[in-house]
Design a protein. Structure first.
Length: 411
Protein backbone atom coordinates (compact mmCIF):
# COMPACT_ATOMS: atom_id res chain seq x y z
CA UNK A 1 0.00 0.00 0.00
CA UNK A 2 1.35 3.44 -0.98
CA UNK A 3 0.68 5.98 1.74
CA UNK A 4 1.89 9.43 2.77
CA UNK A 5 0.87 12.51 4.75
CA UNK A 6 1.02 16.15 3.73
CA UNK A 7 0.43 19.54 5.34
CA UNK A 8 -2.14 22.01 4.01
CA UNK A 9 -2.02 25.54 5.46
CA UNK A 10 -3.06 29.00 4.29
CA UNK A 11 -3.45 32.62 5.36
CA UNK A 12 -0.39 32.96 7.57
CA UNK A 13 -0.58 36.77 7.18
CA UNK A 14 2.97 37.23 8.45
CA UNK A 15 3.58 40.87 9.25
CA UNK A 16 -0.07 41.58 10.02
CA UNK A 17 -0.51 44.51 12.44
CA UNK A 18 -2.20 43.96 15.79
CA UNK A 19 -5.80 45.16 15.96
CA UNK A 20 -7.20 45.71 19.45
CA UNK A 21 -5.90 45.41 23.02
CA UNK A 22 -5.37 49.17 23.19
CA UNK A 23 -5.66 49.14 26.98
CA UNK A 24 -3.54 46.05 27.61
CA UNK A 25 -0.03 46.44 28.97
CA UNK A 26 2.95 46.40 26.60
CA UNK A 27 3.93 42.79 27.33
CA UNK A 28 0.45 41.47 26.52
CA UNK A 29 0.21 43.54 23.34
CA UNK A 30 3.63 42.23 22.27
CA UNK A 31 2.55 38.64 22.95
CA UNK A 32 -0.48 38.97 20.67
CA UNK A 33 1.50 40.85 18.03
CA UNK A 34 4.06 38.01 17.85
CA UNK A 35 1.43 35.26 17.83
CA UNK A 36 1.32 34.81 14.02
CA UNK A 37 5.06 34.17 13.81
CA UNK A 38 5.00 31.89 16.84
CA UNK A 39 2.09 29.92 15.38
CA UNK A 40 3.94 29.36 12.10
CA UNK A 41 7.17 28.30 13.82
CA UNK A 42 5.17 25.83 15.92
CA UNK A 43 3.40 24.53 12.81
CA UNK A 44 6.69 23.78 11.06
CA UNK A 45 8.10 21.91 14.05
CA UNK A 46 4.96 19.82 14.49
CA UNK A 47 4.70 19.07 10.77
CA UNK A 48 8.25 17.72 10.75
CA UNK A 49 7.46 15.59 13.82
CA UNK A 50 4.40 14.25 11.94
CA UNK A 51 6.74 13.07 9.12
CA UNK A 52 4.93 14.87 6.33
CA UNK A 53 5.97 14.09 2.76
CA UNK A 54 5.41 17.67 1.54
CA UNK A 55 3.73 20.97 2.51
CA UNK A 56 1.23 23.16 0.65
CA UNK A 57 0.60 26.84 1.49
CA UNK A 58 -2.47 28.17 -0.32
CA UNK A 59 -1.91 31.92 -0.34
CA UNK A 60 -1.59 35.03 1.85
CA UNK A 61 1.66 33.97 3.44
CA UNK A 62 2.40 37.67 3.95
CA UNK A 63 -0.12 40.31 4.98
CA UNK A 64 1.28 42.79 2.46
CA UNK A 65 4.45 44.50 1.33
CA UNK A 66 7.32 44.11 3.79
CA UNK A 67 8.37 47.09 5.87
CA UNK A 68 11.82 45.50 6.01
CA UNK A 69 13.47 42.15 5.26
CA UNK A 70 12.92 40.69 8.75
CA UNK A 71 9.62 39.03 7.86
CA UNK A 72 11.10 37.45 4.72
CA UNK A 73 14.12 36.22 6.65
CA UNK A 74 11.85 34.69 9.28
CA UNK A 75 9.81 32.83 6.65
CA UNK A 76 13.00 31.62 4.96
CA UNK A 77 14.33 30.36 8.28
CA UNK A 78 11.23 28.25 8.85
CA UNK A 79 11.21 26.87 5.31
CA UNK A 80 14.87 25.98 5.72
CA UNK A 81 13.86 23.67 8.58
CA UNK A 82 11.51 21.84 6.21
CA UNK A 83 14.19 21.72 3.52
CA UNK A 84 16.75 20.20 5.89
CA UNK A 85 14.15 17.59 6.84
CA UNK A 86 13.74 16.67 3.16
CA UNK A 87 10.22 18.15 2.90
CA UNK A 88 9.32 19.80 -0.44
CA UNK A 89 7.21 22.98 -0.14
CA UNK A 90 4.67 24.35 -2.62
CA UNK A 91 3.68 28.02 -2.35
CA UNK A 92 0.82 29.96 -3.93
CA UNK A 93 0.31 33.72 -3.73
CA UNK A 94 -3.08 35.15 -2.73
CA UNK A 95 -4.57 38.63 -2.70
CA UNK A 96 -2.43 39.90 0.19
CA UNK A 97 0.90 38.71 -1.22
CA UNK A 98 0.17 38.89 -4.97
CA UNK A 99 3.00 39.67 -7.40
CA UNK A 100 1.96 43.32 -7.55
CA UNK A 101 1.69 43.67 -3.76
CA UNK A 102 4.83 42.09 -2.32
CA UNK A 103 7.68 43.23 -4.52
CA UNK A 104 10.58 42.47 -2.16
CA UNK A 105 12.02 38.95 -1.98
CA UNK A 106 14.50 36.68 -0.23
CA UNK A 107 16.00 33.62 -1.95
CA UNK A 108 14.18 30.54 -0.66
CA UNK A 109 15.54 27.01 -0.11
CA UNK A 110 16.02 24.76 -3.12
CA UNK A 111 13.13 22.49 -2.18
CA UNK A 112 10.55 25.28 -2.46
CA UNK A 113 8.35 25.60 -5.55
CA UNK A 114 6.12 28.61 -6.22
CA UNK A 115 3.15 28.57 -8.58
CA UNK A 116 3.37 31.20 -11.31
CA UNK A 117 0.73 33.90 -11.81
CA UNK A 118 0.49 34.07 -15.62
CA UNK A 119 -1.30 30.73 -16.03
CA UNK A 120 -1.97 27.51 -14.08
CA UNK A 121 1.12 25.42 -13.40
CA UNK A 122 1.61 21.78 -12.44
CA UNK A 123 4.34 20.40 -10.17
CA UNK A 124 4.96 16.67 -9.93
CA UNK A 125 6.39 14.53 -7.15
CA UNK A 126 7.48 11.50 -9.14
CA UNK A 127 8.29 9.29 -6.14
CA UNK A 128 4.76 9.69 -4.73
CA UNK A 129 2.86 10.01 -8.01
CA UNK A 130 1.43 13.33 -6.81
CA UNK A 131 0.53 16.21 -9.14
CA UNK A 132 -0.18 19.68 -7.73
CA UNK A 133 -1.99 22.24 -9.89
CA UNK A 134 -2.22 25.94 -9.03
CA UNK A 135 -2.00 29.58 -10.06
CA UNK A 136 -0.86 32.52 -7.93
CA UNK A 137 -2.51 35.94 -7.98
CA UNK A 138 -0.84 38.49 -10.25
CA UNK A 139 -2.65 41.38 -8.52
CA UNK A 140 -4.62 41.94 -5.32
CA UNK A 141 -7.93 41.71 -7.14
CA UNK A 142 -8.60 38.45 -9.02
CA UNK A 143 -12.19 38.55 -10.19
CA UNK A 144 -12.01 35.67 -12.68
CA UNK A 145 -12.56 32.01 -11.91
CA UNK A 146 -8.93 30.86 -12.02
CA UNK A 147 -9.84 27.22 -11.46
CA UNK A 148 -11.63 27.01 -14.82
CA UNK A 149 -8.26 26.99 -16.61
CA UNK A 150 -6.64 24.39 -14.33
CA UNK A 151 -5.47 21.35 -16.33
CA UNK A 152 -7.04 17.89 -16.41
CA UNK A 153 -5.85 15.52 -13.66
CA UNK A 154 -2.82 13.33 -14.29
CA UNK A 155 -4.23 9.84 -14.81
CA UNK A 156 -3.34 7.34 -12.11
CA UNK A 157 -1.79 9.98 -9.85
CA UNK A 158 -3.05 11.75 -6.71
CA UNK A 159 -4.09 15.21 -7.93
CA UNK A 160 -4.22 18.30 -5.70
CA UNK A 161 -5.73 21.62 -6.74
CA UNK A 162 -4.22 24.59 -4.88
CA UNK A 163 -6.44 27.67 -5.04
CA UNK A 164 -6.90 30.96 -3.18
CA UNK A 165 -10.62 31.62 -3.52
CA UNK A 166 -13.81 32.72 -1.86
CA UNK A 167 -15.46 29.63 -3.41
CA UNK A 168 -19.10 29.90 -2.30
CA UNK A 169 -18.47 32.06 0.79
CA UNK A 170 -20.44 35.31 0.91
CA UNK A 171 -18.60 36.58 3.98
CA UNK A 172 -15.27 37.11 2.21
CA UNK A 173 -14.15 39.27 -0.72
CA UNK A 174 -15.04 37.62 -4.02
CA UNK A 175 -11.57 36.71 -5.22
CA UNK A 176 -11.15 33.93 -7.81
CA UNK A 177 -14.83 32.99 -7.39
CA UNK A 178 -15.94 29.46 -8.18
CA UNK A 179 -18.59 26.95 -7.17
CA UNK A 180 -18.18 23.67 -5.37
CA UNK A 181 -19.60 21.81 -8.37
CA UNK A 182 -16.97 23.38 -10.63
CA UNK A 183 -14.22 22.11 -8.34
CA UNK A 184 -15.75 18.63 -8.18
CA UNK A 185 -15.94 18.40 -11.97
CA UNK A 186 -12.16 18.89 -12.30
CA UNK A 187 -11.66 15.33 -11.13
CA UNK A 188 -8.95 16.15 -8.57
CA UNK A 189 -8.60 14.12 -5.38
CA UNK A 190 -8.10 17.06 -2.98
CA UNK A 191 -8.59 20.81 -3.18
CA UNK A 192 -6.24 22.80 -0.94
CA UNK A 193 -8.00 26.16 -0.60
CA UNK A 194 -7.08 29.44 1.05
CA UNK A 195 -8.61 32.90 1.67
CA UNK A 196 -11.50 32.02 4.02
CA UNK A 197 -10.19 32.28 7.58
CA UNK A 198 -12.66 29.85 9.11
CA UNK A 199 -11.86 26.13 9.00
CA UNK A 200 -14.34 24.38 6.71
CA UNK A 201 -14.67 21.05 4.92
CA UNK A 202 -16.87 21.84 1.92
CA UNK A 203 -16.86 18.34 0.45
CA UNK A 204 -15.51 14.83 1.04
CA UNK A 205 -16.06 13.50 -2.49
CA UNK A 206 -13.58 14.90 -3.35
CA UNK A 207 -12.14 16.61 -0.30
CA UNK A 208 -12.42 20.40 -0.57
CA UNK A 209 -10.92 22.09 2.48
CA UNK A 210 -10.31 25.55 3.90
CA UNK A 211 -7.80 25.05 6.75
CA UNK A 212 -8.51 28.55 8.11
CA UNK A 213 -5.75 30.91 9.21
CA UNK A 214 -3.04 29.93 11.68
CA UNK A 215 -3.70 32.66 14.23
CA UNK A 216 -6.62 34.97 14.96
CA UNK A 217 -5.55 38.60 14.53
CA UNK A 218 -8.55 40.49 15.91
CA UNK A 219 -11.89 39.94 17.60
CA UNK A 220 -13.30 39.23 14.13
CA UNK A 221 -11.31 35.99 14.09
CA UNK A 222 -12.39 34.11 17.19
CA UNK A 223 -11.97 30.49 18.20
CA UNK A 224 -9.39 27.79 17.42
CA UNK A 225 -7.07 28.36 14.45
CA UNK A 226 -4.61 26.14 12.60
CA UNK A 227 -3.88 23.96 9.57
CA UNK A 228 -4.66 20.38 8.50
CA UNK A 229 -2.69 17.16 8.09
CA UNK A 230 -3.97 15.00 5.23
CA UNK A 231 -3.40 11.23 5.12
CA UNK A 232 -3.46 9.47 1.74
CA UNK A 233 -3.37 5.75 0.94
CA UNK A 234 -3.64 4.23 -2.55
CA UNK A 235 -4.56 7.62 -4.05
CA UNK A 236 -7.45 8.17 -1.64
CA UNK A 237 -7.72 10.55 1.30
CA UNK A 238 -8.09 8.43 4.42
CA UNK A 239 -8.13 11.24 6.97
CA UNK A 240 -7.98 15.00 7.47
CA UNK A 241 -6.78 16.02 10.94
CA UNK A 242 -6.94 19.55 12.22
CA UNK A 243 -3.71 20.82 13.75
CA UNK A 244 -4.32 23.77 16.10
CA UNK A 245 -1.48 26.29 16.18
CA UNK A 246 -2.88 29.53 17.61
CA UNK A 247 -0.78 30.85 20.46
CA UNK A 248 -3.32 33.40 21.68
CA UNK A 249 -7.04 33.43 21.21
CA UNK A 250 -9.78 35.99 20.59
CA UNK A 251 -13.28 35.47 21.97
CA UNK A 252 -16.63 37.18 22.48
CA UNK A 253 -19.26 36.61 25.15
CA UNK A 254 -22.39 38.31 26.47
CA UNK A 255 -23.73 38.81 29.98
CA UNK A 256 -27.44 39.40 30.61
CA UNK A 257 -27.82 41.76 33.57
CA UNK A 258 -31.61 41.96 33.42
CA UNK A 259 -32.94 42.65 36.90
CA UNK A 260 -29.47 42.77 38.46
CA UNK A 261 -29.65 44.98 41.54
CA UNK A 262 -26.01 45.48 42.55
CA UNK A 263 -22.68 46.01 40.89
CA UNK A 264 -21.28 43.10 42.91
CA UNK A 265 -23.90 40.77 41.38
CA UNK A 266 -23.16 42.15 37.90
CA UNK A 267 -19.44 41.44 38.23
CA UNK A 268 -20.16 37.96 39.58
CA UNK A 269 -22.20 37.35 36.42
CA UNK A 270 -19.25 38.56 34.35
CA UNK A 271 -16.95 36.05 36.08
CA UNK A 272 -19.44 33.25 35.42
CA UNK A 273 -19.55 34.12 31.70
CA UNK A 274 -15.76 34.20 31.41
CA UNK A 275 -15.06 30.76 32.94
CA UNK A 276 -16.10 28.66 29.89
CA UNK A 277 -14.09 30.97 27.62
CA UNK A 278 -10.99 30.30 29.70
CA UNK A 279 -11.64 26.55 29.69
CA UNK A 280 -11.97 26.48 25.89
CA UNK A 281 -8.73 28.43 25.42
CA UNK A 282 -6.85 25.60 27.15
CA UNK A 283 -4.17 27.75 28.76
CA UNK A 284 -3.75 30.24 25.90
CA UNK A 285 -3.93 33.97 26.57
CA UNK A 286 -7.36 35.32 25.63
CA UNK A 287 -8.39 38.72 24.29
CA UNK A 288 -12.08 38.97 25.12
CA UNK A 289 -14.84 41.31 23.96
CA UNK A 290 -17.67 41.22 26.47
CA UNK A 291 -21.11 42.74 25.95
CA UNK A 292 -23.41 43.63 28.84
CA UNK A 293 -27.11 43.33 28.00
CA UNK A 294 -30.49 43.68 29.68
CA UNK A 295 -32.70 46.14 31.52
CA UNK A 296 -31.10 47.12 34.79
CA UNK A 297 -31.01 49.98 37.30
CA UNK A 298 -27.20 49.82 37.00
CA UNK A 299 -27.25 51.21 33.46
CA UNK A 300 -26.92 54.89 34.42
CA UNK A 301 -23.91 54.36 36.66
CA UNK A 302 -22.14 52.26 34.03
CA UNK A 303 -22.90 54.75 31.25
CA UNK A 304 -21.61 57.71 33.30
CA UNK A 305 -18.17 56.20 33.79
CA UNK A 306 -17.28 53.68 31.03
CA UNK A 307 -13.59 53.70 31.97
CA UNK A 308 -14.33 52.52 35.51
CA UNK A 309 -16.68 49.88 34.09
CA UNK A 310 -13.92 48.60 31.80
CA UNK A 311 -11.49 48.46 34.73
CA UNK A 312 -13.97 46.54 36.90
CA UNK A 313 -14.68 44.05 34.09
CA UNK A 314 -10.93 43.57 33.59
CA UNK A 315 -10.49 42.98 37.32
CA UNK A 316 -13.30 40.42 37.24
CA UNK A 317 -11.60 38.67 34.31
CA UNK A 318 -8.33 38.44 36.22
CA UNK A 319 -10.14 36.92 39.18
CA UNK A 320 -11.01 34.06 36.82
CA UNK A 321 -7.62 33.84 35.07
CA UNK A 322 -4.50 36.00 34.80
CA UNK A 323 -4.45 35.23 31.05
CA UNK A 324 -7.69 37.01 30.11
CA UNK A 325 -7.50 40.55 28.73
CA UNK A 326 -10.56 42.60 27.94
CA UNK A 327 -10.34 43.84 24.36
CA UNK A 328 -13.54 45.82 24.88
CA UNK A 329 -16.40 46.02 27.35
CA UNK A 330 -19.52 46.98 25.39
CA UNK A 331 -22.43 48.46 27.29
CA UNK A 332 -25.77 47.57 25.69
CA UNK A 333 -27.90 47.59 28.82
CA UNK A 334 -30.95 49.86 29.10
CA UNK A 335 -32.33 51.71 32.13
CA UNK A 336 -35.40 50.46 33.94
CA UNK A 337 -37.27 53.75 33.39
CA UNK A 338 -35.52 56.06 30.96
CA UNK A 339 -35.93 59.69 32.03
CA UNK A 340 -37.24 59.06 35.56
CA UNK A 341 -34.13 60.47 37.21
CA UNK A 342 -33.51 63.39 34.88
CA UNK A 343 -32.06 66.59 36.24
CA UNK A 344 -34.83 69.23 36.92
CA UNK A 345 -33.64 71.64 34.25
CA UNK A 346 -33.84 68.82 31.69
CA UNK A 347 -37.40 67.73 32.53
CA UNK A 348 -38.97 69.68 29.69
CA UNK A 349 -36.48 68.37 27.13
CA UNK A 350 -36.65 64.78 25.92
CA UNK A 351 -32.95 64.50 25.17
CA UNK A 352 -33.14 60.73 24.64
CA UNK A 353 -35.65 61.24 21.84
CA UNK A 354 -33.54 64.00 20.27
CA UNK A 355 -30.47 61.75 20.19
CA UNK A 356 -32.37 58.71 18.92
CA UNK A 357 -31.28 57.48 15.49
CA UNK A 358 -27.92 59.27 15.35
CA UNK A 359 -26.22 55.95 14.58
CA UNK A 360 -28.04 55.91 11.23
CA UNK A 361 -27.45 59.56 10.28
CA UNK A 362 -25.24 59.50 7.11
CA UNK A 363 -23.84 63.02 7.48
CA UNK A 364 -22.84 62.45 11.11
CA UNK A 365 -21.19 59.10 10.32
CA UNK A 366 -19.30 60.66 7.40
CA UNK A 367 -17.97 63.48 9.61
CA UNK A 368 -16.98 60.96 12.28
CA UNK A 369 -15.07 58.88 9.72
CA UNK A 370 -13.20 62.00 8.56
CA UNK A 371 -12.30 62.80 12.18
CA UNK A 372 -10.89 59.30 12.69
CA UNK A 373 -8.70 59.77 9.62
CA UNK A 374 -7.38 63.10 10.91
CA UNK A 375 -6.59 61.66 14.35
CA UNK A 376 -4.91 58.56 12.87
CA UNK A 377 -2.67 60.75 10.70
CA UNK A 378 -1.47 62.67 13.76
CA UNK A 379 -0.54 59.64 15.84
CA UNK A 380 3.17 58.90 16.41
CA UNK A 381 4.87 56.44 14.11
CA UNK A 382 4.45 52.80 15.14
CA UNK A 383 0.96 53.31 16.60
CA UNK A 384 -1.46 51.22 14.54
CA UNK A 385 -5.05 52.34 14.09
CA UNK A 386 -7.34 50.07 12.09
CA UNK A 387 -9.31 52.85 10.38
CA UNK A 388 -11.40 50.38 8.35
CA UNK A 389 -12.47 48.50 11.48
CA UNK A 390 -13.29 51.75 13.28
CA UNK A 391 -15.34 52.93 10.30
CA UNK A 392 -17.34 49.70 10.41
CA UNK A 393 -18.03 50.29 14.10
CA UNK A 394 -19.07 53.95 13.79
CA UNK A 395 -22.78 53.35 14.50
CA UNK A 396 -21.79 51.44 17.64
CA UNK A 397 -19.41 54.21 18.73
CA UNK A 398 -22.12 56.85 18.20
CA UNK A 399 -24.52 54.84 20.37
CA UNK A 400 -21.85 54.59 23.09
CA UNK A 401 -21.40 58.36 23.01
CA UNK A 402 -25.17 58.83 23.20
CA UNK A 403 -25.43 56.62 26.26
CA UNK A 404 -22.49 58.40 27.89
CA UNK A 405 -24.23 61.75 27.49
CA UNK A 406 -27.54 60.45 28.82
CA UNK A 407 -25.86 58.66 31.69
CA UNK A 408 -23.97 61.75 32.84
CA UNK A 409 -27.14 63.81 32.67
CA UNK A 410 -28.89 61.30 34.88
CA UNK A 411 -31.17 60.11 32.10
Amino acid sequence: MSSFRFLHAADLHLGSPLAGLARADADVAALFAAASRDAFADLVDRAIEARIAFAVFAGDIYDGEWKDASIGLFFNRQLAKLDRAGVPVFLLKGNHDADSVVTKSISLPQGVREFGSRKPETFRLESLHVALHGQSFAARSALDNLSSAYPAPVAGWFNIGVLHTCCESSAHARYAPCTLDELRLKGYDYWALGHVHEHAVLSREPWVVFPGNLQGRSVRECGPKGAVLVDVADNRVTGVERLLTDRARWAVTTVDLSGTESEQAALAAVETAIRPVVAEADGRPVALRITLLGETRLHGGFARDPRRLADEVQAAAHRVSPNVWIEKAKLETVPLQRGAAAAPEMKSLDLAALLEGLDAEPELLERAAETIGVIAAKLPGGVFVDEAALADELPELVNEARELVLGRLGR
